[in-house]
Write a protein that binds this ligand. Structure first.
Ligand code: NAP
Length: 303
């Protein structure tokens, strides 16, 4: 099977390399062409001049782009040039409804669509150990397995188109709560004067540990938040969760709180930092408290 890859960002470049290792990658395309040209030269594959050319050289297209509108733009870009019977696998995180729209754009051309959002961070993309949540027909899922196996270790088919994205939205709610609690705990630990590296090593083996604690608490200890999973991308995901819950008339407290914190970080120019930058706001809580609880200054006496 000839596989073309679209979207060579923090996740996509690693995923394309893993498809190459599995002997499946034939072409890459990226909106910023220089990234596609560099990776194509490194791997010895075609850098598509445009989406049409990429589609014409592919039996399956895998995409990993930022957000809903981007996926629909890419889908329109490949729809006319993918042969009937080919496959599009989208690994971006978008709304379940957007996944169904993308599937609709391809249906008339006889192209099957699978929503396959992923979890496991940039490290999981690099190591080919992503958890993949698929939505689409049984037949499309079976055909996609050689591709998905090159990208991830845990691959689950949840049901029809959109159900992969519903599973991913569930994951993003969990991540929001975990990131918030780790940021809060680390700010607390720093205020206690604890040795943070030692703390991470110990608590990382305890009951409160998680992937985020082990992999991102070190960012908080260093006060550096390189992307990673960008704040603006998780904010985008939580907006999707907000909209999906709102259809039930529900506002989820964890989602609403993290949306507000991310909005604050984005407003201050930290939207492209890793989500562990949530620590910035939690650390400030203690800085403010320190100012307010500083011992009162002695009364001023004239000499
Ligand atoms: P990223 O580093 O910001 O890369 C985004 C990619 O999408 C870039 O290649 C970008 O092209 C491309 N793109 C954006 N808009 C486009 C458009 N309209 N048309 C064509 N290409 C477009 O993001 P990322 O971290 O790789 O994340 C990609 C997706 O995976 C997102 O949906 C994210 O939520 C999801 N995800 C990320 C992580 C993570 O830890 N980073 C984990 C799980 C899932 P340019 O190079 O031209 O900007």
């Amino acid at each position: 099977m000839r596989v073309g890859f679209v979207g060579l960002g923090a996740m996509g470049a690693h995923m394309a390399r893993n498809l190459h290792r599995a002997g499946l990658l034939t072409a890459v395309w990226n909106r910023t062409a220089s990234k596609a040209q560099a990776l194509a030269a490194e791997l010895g594959v075609i850098a598509g001049a445009n989406l049409k050319q990429l589609a014409a050289n592919s039996d399956a297209v895998v995409s990993c782009v930022s957000a809903d509108a981007d996926l629909l733009e890419v889908t329109r870009g490949v729809a006319a040039d993918l042969a009937s019977g080919s496959l599009m696998i989208d690994c971006s995180t978008v709304g379940a409804e957007t996944a169904r729209q993308a599937a609709g754009l391809l249906e008339a051309a006889g192209v099957e669509f699978l929503d396959c959002p992923v979890s496991g961070g940039v490290e999981g993309a690099r190591d080919g150990t992503l958890a993949i949540m698929a939505g689409g027909s049984d037949a499309a899922f079976t055909r996609a397995m050689p591709i998905l196996s090159a990208l991830g270790r845990t691959i689950t088919h949840f049901g029809p188109t959109g159900s992969g994205q519903a599973a991913k939205a569930t994951n993003q709610i969990m991540c929001a709560g975990i990131i918030e609690s780790i940021a809060e705990a680390m700010a607390f630990a720093r205020a206690q004067g604890l040795p943070l590296e030692k703390l991470i090593d110990t608590l990382g083996k305890g009951a409160g540990s998680s992937w985020y604690f082990v992999h991102r608490a070190p960012n908080m200890a260093r006060g550096e938040f390189p992307a990673g999973f960008r704040v603006r991308l998780h904010a985008k995901d939580l907006k999707i969760c907000h909209d999906m819950a709102a259809r039930f008339g529900v506002a989820l407290p964890v989602v609403e709180r993290m949306l507000a914190e991310y909005a604050e970080l984005i407003a201050r120019g930290f939207g492209d930092e890793d989500v562990s930058a949530a620590f910035r706001l939690k650390a400030e809580l203690f800085e403010r408290t320190n100012i307010m609880s500083a011992p009162p200054r002695p009364p001023h006496r004239d000499a």
